[in-house]
Ligand binder design. Structure first.
Ligand code: NAD
Length: 518
């Protein structure tokens, strides 16, 4: 357990891993006593929330030093236990690339924390705000004061449970808040490690990991948090928003969707195919910004599919490196494919050896699926509306960019959109006439890792954003503070010459109405 003496104090707490006295423990690969997965009870959840709220009441504006110390501990915690966390996640998946897991989880999470820590002092400053020339002319001034919100709740999914918990947590702590994090029940080993290490490195009223499934999650969302930050599916996001509404708790929803991938007639077809296949192999396509619907210019589609086949052949060994998380999700992906085929879609297998759980691929690791293209998909098929979250993709051919635009605009707003092609009129039309959380040209998913760019969805793919300063602002109230030398209100409500002021105001309104001055 962490030493509680320094909770909320303006000094680093003594006796925790990462403090100088304990640096022997804080080495990379340090293994915490992992507690076994135990669901947090409703009573415990409430008491942790109350403790965090009481701590916030005692110190509503943590100093830079306190926040910096929290971020330092967060970074050191992630680095010290990074390998352990990645290994736990590999265990949760049964089969997942350790290298990709280390890169996408502790390394990415630590990058976000470090970026936040580096810029914290600047972000915490009051921001001067221009409030109108006549106001400044009389000597008034205005600033925006970033104010901590209080106790925030963070709910994360199973695909990247470390980064998707730690990155919003870094923003929340930087903004001076305390946090409770509900991590996914589908990755219990990772959640258990997160639970153990967090209680070692943080006071329970600073940061607390809550373990449990949907029932615990529902209780979690009933708490009167000052902000709820949810990453997960659109369906559950809706329930989170409903629950939060009872307390008027503001929400950030980081959801999913069907991200389009466009290969224009002037696009580099080979580069596009290599990128798409890499994106479908990476974590077996189980990530929110994975390309889901592929649109290819009609005249380039055969060339594109050949390039996809060549890329799958070149990367055949990597297909086996990550499994679908569990049997339920495996069945879900296979059913999406089978439903589409049963309703008339054509399956284009991109590899010579099928890896879909059939008897032929008994030698392959469990729940691995090779990338598959489905052509001829229509609205009757589940895959036309459900997020794939796996290695399948649908392929649609087009002659004019307008067809792609109207197709995308007829569905829910995607989280990301990818475009391979020249930056010409068609591209400008695509970018300006469709909505998406973010757009990447000639690549996929790299925008998520750019620490200084806001990341978030729009419409059905989410609301609000984080990463970098956007995250700090999400977890702050930007409170306007207006200063004047002597009060203006008495002078404006009882002016010395009311008739003159009235005349002036009448003239101003008349002028603004567009009529000629009289
Ligand atoms: P999910 O919505 O099933 O679960 C996410 C979290 O919500 C879990 O911790 C779960 O326990 C919790 N939860 C379940 N029921 C709840 C309820 N009623 N109220 C509150 N919380 C509840 O999502 P998942 O299957 O874990 O993750 C996959 C989804 O997440 C995909 O749709 C994917 O696109 C999305 N995702 C989005 C992002 C992003 O940054 N936008 C990142 C990763 C994943």
């Amino acid at each position: 357990m962490a030493d509680r003496t320094a909770a909320g104090a303006d000094a680093p707490a003594a006796g925790r891993p990462g403090d100088e006295a304990n640096d022997a423990d804080a080495t990379n690969g340090h293994v915490a006593q992992r507690t076994v997965w135990t669901e947090t009870t409703a009573a415990e959840l409430r008491s942790r929330f109350d403790a965090a709220r009481a701590a916030h009441q005692r110190d509503r504006f943590p100093t830079f030093n306190v926040r910096d110390d929290r971020l330092r501990r967060l970074d050191e915690m992630i680095a010290s236990h990074g390998i352990e966390l990645a290994e736990a996640l590999v265990e949760d998946y049964g089969n997942r690339s350790l290298l990709q897991t280390i890169a996408a989880e502790p390394i990415t999470a630590s990058g976000q924390v470090r970026h936040t820590r580096k810029h914290l002092k600047k972000w915490m400053r009051q921001r001067r705000k221009f409030a109108g020339s006549s106001f400044h002319a009389i000597g008034g001034s205005a600033v925006l004061q970033p104010q901590p919100l209080g106790v925030v709740g963070i709910i994360s999914p199973w695909n990247f449970p470390v980064a998707l918990t730690m990155a919003p947590l870094a923003s929340a702590l930087a903004a001076g808040n305390r946090a409770l994090c509900k991590v996914s029940e589908l990755t219990p080993n990772t959640a258990s490690v997160l639970g153990s290490i967090t209680s070692e490195w943080f006071e329970a009223d600073e940061v607390s990991m809550i373990l449990g499934g949907p029932e615990v999650a529902k209780e979690f969302t009933k708490l009167p948090f000052n902000h709820l930050f949810f990453t997960g599916s659109t369906a559950v996001g809706r329930q989170v928003m409903l629950a939060a509404a009872q307390n008027l708790t503001p929400v950030t929803l980081e959801l999913g969707g069907k991200s389009p991938f466009i290969v224009a007639v002037d696009g580099n077809v080979v580069a596009a195919a290599k990128t798409l296949i890499s994106g479908k192999i990476f974590n077996a396509g189980q990530y929110c910004v994975a390309p889901d619907r592929v649109f290819v210019a009609n005249s380039r589609s055969e060339e594109f599919l050949d390039a996809c086949r060549a890329e799958v052949a070149a990367r055949s060994e990597q297909i086996d490196t990550t499994s679908i998380i569990n049997e339920h999700h495996y069945e879900r992906v296979i059913n999406l494919r089978d439903d589409a085929i049963a309703r008339g879609a054509e399956e284009i297998v991109l590899t010579s050896d099928a890896r879909d759980g059939s008897e032929d691929d008994a030698a392959a690791p469990p729940r691995t699926i090779a990338p598959v293209a489905l052509v001829g998909v229509d609205e009757s098929m589940a895959i036309s509306s459900e997020e794939v979250f796996g290695p399948l993709f649908t392929l649609e051919r087009f002659d004019h960019i307008d067809e792609v635009i109207s197709d995308i605009n007829n569905g829910p707003e995607p989280l990301a959109a990818y475009y391979f092609g020249a930056r010409n009129e068609a591209f400008e039309k695509f970018v300006t006439q469709t909505a998406a959380g973010g757009v990447v040209v000639n690549d996929i998913m790299i925008h998520v890792g750019l620490e200084n760019l806001p990341f978030g969805g729009v419409g059905q793919s989410g609301m609000g954003a984080y990463h970098g300063r956007a995250g700090f602002d999400t977890f702050s109230h930007l409170k306007p503070i207006v200063k004047v030398h002597s009060p203006l209100t008495p002078r404006t409500t009882t002016p010395p010459k009311p008739e003159l002021v009235e005349k002036l105001m009448r003239r101003t309104l008349h002028h603004r109405s567009g009529k000629k001055k009289n």
